[in-house]
Design a protein around this ligand. Sequence first.
Ligand code: NDP
Length: 253
Amino acid sequence: MSGILSGKVALITGASSGIGAAAARVFAREGAAVVLAARRERELRDLVDELTAKGFEAAYSVTDVTRPEEVERAVSTAVGDYGRLDVAFNNAGLGAEQTPMHLMDDEVFDAIVEVNLRGVWLCMSRQIRQMLAGGGGAIVNTSSVGGLVATPVAAPYVIAKHAVVGATRAAAAEYAKQGIRVNAIAPGTTRSEMIEAWFALRPGMEELLHAVTPQGRTAEPEEVAEAAAWLASDRASFVTGVTLPVDGGYTLI
Ligand code: NDP
């Protein structure tokens, strides 16, 4: 199998839809054996069936990224099924309707930070343990343009996604000498379940975002997944600690 991820074993969280499902297809096409993690089993099973029917190597592990034991089981699935863990794409995330901070329930803050930040923490720490044992690896975390600037989304989302940028830098610095690269992507508006739900609640928001995006459109999930695949691959061998905007120029202006 040729491809930029040829021979790699990759764990992808949030793989049941959107960017994560697109990454499963792109990573597999690029030669990786993929282990798909998310909470919805049926979607994961269907995607594994689709990939294996094409001759790719794929497995799944039902995982809530806020539960350490489930994250550990996902890592163990990669090692058990394919012998090691080379690549992790920590992409699971949760959005929330924008409510002014002073009116927002604390529980909304907790829920968003729990998945979008603590989930990334739990995943990275467990993946790094395994990658150290295996001699190295590459991690890509999904931040957001909301991790670089204050976008018109819920403040806890902006807070958590900024923290993902910090978590990426901290891990990149700590493990660079041990052969582990850690980077992030910052997608702009990307067609997925999360964004469709948000657009449905906020008529006119899609057009507004297009107006402030130089490329003037919403990305397809595959376009974001391609960037993650490159960062995860050996082609990006001297790239670590960066957060790559994949945003049609949104953060340029
Ligand atoms: P989707 O809603 O399609 O995907 C979100 C994924 O996260 C699903 O697979 C969902 O699976 C998973 N997920 C949510 N909570 C958990 C959890 N507790 N444990 C495990 N998995 C979980 O949206 P996107 O594809 O757009 O989102 C992917 C990432 O991209 C997110 O981190 C999001 O914040 C980020 N992003 C998206 C943008 C966009 O415009 N779409 C822009 C910038 C960033 P399940 O429900 O089965 O658990």
